[in-house]
Each structure stands twice: as C-alpha cells, then as structure tokens.
Design a protein around this ligand. Structure first.
Ligand code: PMP
Length: 418
C-alpha cells in the first residue's frame, strides 16, 4: 500500500466523489458549495454537460497526437476561436499543460526574442513551481526555501499593495514605480532586461488587483526600454474577473499573455499567446512538449469557450462578483478582524488582520475551516495565508451566492467568539 506524500497539505478533509455545477459531493453524499473551483479552474461548473460531451466524443475519436509530429483539428479549431477573444496583436499560440510550463515557455521566448537575460517580477508574484517559474515567484517563502540555487537573472520590484502598506492606491503605485526605476537603474539595466512579468491581480500573493496607473507605468517603461510586458493571466483569464481577460480592467496592452486554469474546465492545458513576429524569434525546436495541446484537452477548451460565450458567463462573473463583494463587506463591517475585502469579478479575497494591523493567518484559517464544516469550501492565500479567497465557478447564481454569504457570516462569527 502506498500513500500520498506526507508534505501534501490538505486545506479540507473532503474526499470528493462527484461534482455538479457549483457543488461537490463527498462519498457520504454530503453536498458542498465549492468556492474553490479546483483553484479557479472549473469555471463552467463541475462536469458541465457540453464540456463532458465534447471530451467524451474526442476520447472516442483521437486522444493524442503530438503536435510537432502531426496536427489535429481540435488544436486548429481552438486556436482559431482563441484568436477571436485574444487581443488582435497576439495572433500566435503555443500550447503546454500547466500554468508553470507556460511561464517557462514565456521565459524562453522572452530571452530568445530579446537576446537579453533579466526578468523583473513584483512582490507577491506567483508564477509556478517549476524551477524557472519558482525563480519568478515571491508570494511566500514556502515556494522558494531550500530549493536553490534558483535561476539567476531575476529582479524583484514592489507591487502596489495599498492595504498592507497602509497607504492609498495612488501612494502605493507611485512607490512601486519609483522602486522599479531604481531597480532598472541599478541591478537590472534595461539593456539587459528581457521582460516584466506581472499578474493583473496578484493571485496566490493575496488577491490584490493592480492599479491602472501601475500597469500603464509598466507599459510605458516597457516601450521606452524595448522590454516585453508579459501578463500572467493563468488565474485571471477566461472570465474569472468579470472581463474576459483580467488586463482588460486596466486598458493595458500585453506583449505576451499566459493562460491556463479556466481554459479547459479542468483538463490540463495552457498556452502562451504573442505576436507571430515575436514568436518567430524563438529558436526552432526550443519550445515543445509531448502532451502539449492534447486533443481531448483542446476539445474541452473549445466547449468551455462556447459555454462561456453562450451562457454569458463573463457578465455573470461581473454581476455575481459584485453581489458577493457587497455581501462580504457587510460581514467585514461586523467583524473588524476582516480588515479588507477586495477583488475583481469572482476572484475575491478577505484579508484577516490582528488589532495591530498585522496579517492574521490563524483567524483566516479558522474561518476557512469553520466554513468547510458548514458546507462551504474555501482556500486561503497571501504570503502568510491571511487571506480567505472565494473563486466559485462562473455559473454561480444569486441563490448560491446568498447561501455562501450566510455560511460565511456564520463561520466568521464563530471565529470571532473564539
Ligand atoms: N501563474 C499564476 C498567476 C497562477 O495563479 C498559477 C497557479 N496558481 C500558476 C502560474 C502556476 O500554474 P500551475 O499550478 O498550473 O503550474
């Protein structure tokens, strides 16, 4: 008998046996409202019938054909359809299997295309656990400690984290851009810098949206110094934030976009998108992977895209997200330990703070567990685990949002008593 690795930290004791829409069921038949969605993956809801059908039909037709050997129709069709939702300049796609792998592909592309080495990332960033992506990740010590030496050529500049700094957004943005200029003037000269890699909203780093001025400042500096602006939309893409792409909230133009998670409703698939002219500058044969662009994953992604469009899920995410945030603010108003509620669309965080204003991961985790006991599945994030995040499938409706809010209010009240 073999066991799961003992270092796998399980956020809940739930053993899921089946999923349907916004709900997961355990083996005893107990129903949970799933506001984790496989960490922001099952956007169309668990086992959406159209996604299931598309995948089943594809399994029975062609499971795998490796794209550098032979092409297949689901890959071509998906690329065509993605072209309709991507910024027009990003007309070339490359597929792999996970967010981390896509980040690796973006690092390779940026270095090849510019002939420069350095990459700038921002405090609180999470770009993955493979060794290159881990070098770009600063969201917490656990992602880096003890695995070095990590890839060199990475510099870190601040992300505007207004709440944590105790500043307003304008101040936090000015500070972040001033420090970025200092980094560029000292340890990371623009002539050696390939890319800025940024999330439109910090994910694992604590669910903190960027500010429009910050991203505009990155764009301006990228243009001035011929540095690529790589936008990591692994968690913010595919409607999650109430716009199709998270960066659309900020009116900023990415040079490279990374997508995964919501892309295929749970099938392993990720991609980078870039202008053809840029993609051409990668060295032939430098990008690839046996399972990338798997036919079943591509068919599921196609169905996912159709469901998102046909069911108006991007607008639903915006509307339900607003309702969720409004309700969460009311809960926070009664419980000062929830110091901040923030987010975009259905990507919402509740930050727990001590009376002294320090991160309070203990209370955040107790609230998360109390919610689980009441049938509401949640996760934490943030450098200390002090933020309880809510990322339900985008098909969530008013009743389910209100049910989750009632369960959350009850869970937070219990923790406040304790
Ligand atoms: N980038 C971002 C913004 C993410 O949120 C994640 C996953 N949480 C990743 C990259 C890595 O994705 P994966 O776990 O699929 O490798």
């Amino acid at each position: 008998m073999s066991h799961l690795s003992p270092v796998l930290k399980q956020a809940t004791p739930v053993l899921a046996s089946r999923g349907e829409g916004v709900y997961l069921y355990d083996e005893a038949g107990r129903r949970y409202l799933d506001f984790t969605a496989g960490i922001g993956v099952t956007s169309t809801g668990h086992c959406h019938p159209r996604v299931v059908r598309a995948a089943q039909e594809q399994v029975a037709t062609l499971i795998h054909a490796q794209y550098t050997t032979v092409l297949h129709r689901p890959l071509l069709r998906l690329s065509e359809r993605l072209g309709e939702v991507l910024p027009a300049t990003l007309d070339s796609l490359f597929y792999v299997n996970s967010g981390s792998e896509a980040v690796e592909a973006a690092i390779r592309l940026a270095r090849h295309a510019t002939g420069r080495q350095n990459i700038v990332v921002f405090h609180g960033s999470f770009h993955g656990r493979t060794m290159g992506a881990a070098a770009l990740t600063t969201a917490g010590p656990k992602f880096r400690a003890g695995i070095g030496p990590l890839m060199p050529g990475v510099a870190v500049a601040p992300f505007p984290q207004a709440y944590r700094y105790g500043w307003d957004e304008a101040e936090a943005t000015r500070f972040a851009l001033r420090e970025l200029d200092y980094v560029l003037a000292t340890i990371c000269p623009p002539a050696d810098t390939a890319a800025f890699v940024v999330e439109p909203m910090l994910g694992e780093g604590g669910y903190i949206p960027a500010t429009p001025e910050f991203l505009a400042g990155l764009r301006e500096r990228a243009d001035r110094h011929d540095v690529l602006l790589v936008v990591d939309e692994v968690q913010t893409g595919f409607g999650r934030t109430g716009r199709f792409w998270g960066h659309e909230h900020f009116d900023v133009r990415p040079d490279v976009l990374i997508t995964a998670k919501g892309l295929a409703s749970g099938f392993p698939l990720s991609a980078i998108a870039a202008p053809t002219e840029l993609m051409r500058r990668a060295w032939p044969g430098s990008q690839g992977g046996t399972y990338g662009g798997n036919a079943v994953a591509c068919a599921a992604a196609l169905a996912t895209l159709e469901v998102i469009q046909d069911e108006g899920l991007v607008d639903n995410a915006a509307e339900m997200g607003q309702r969720l945030q409004n309700g969460l603010r009311k809960v926070a108003a009664d419980h000062p330990m929830v110091g901040d509620v923030r987010g975009l669309g259905l990507m919402v965080g509740n930050e727990f703070s001590t009376p002294e204003g320090e991160p309070d991961p203990q209370r955040a985790q107790r609230a998360q567990q109390a919610a689980c006991e009441r049938g509401l599945l949640l996760l934490t994030c943030g450098a200390h685990g002090q933020v309880v995040r809510m990322i339900p499938p985008l098909v969530v409706n008013v009743d389910q949002i209100d049910e989750a809010l009632a369960l959350w209010a009850d869970a937070v009240a219990t923790v406040d008593l304790g």
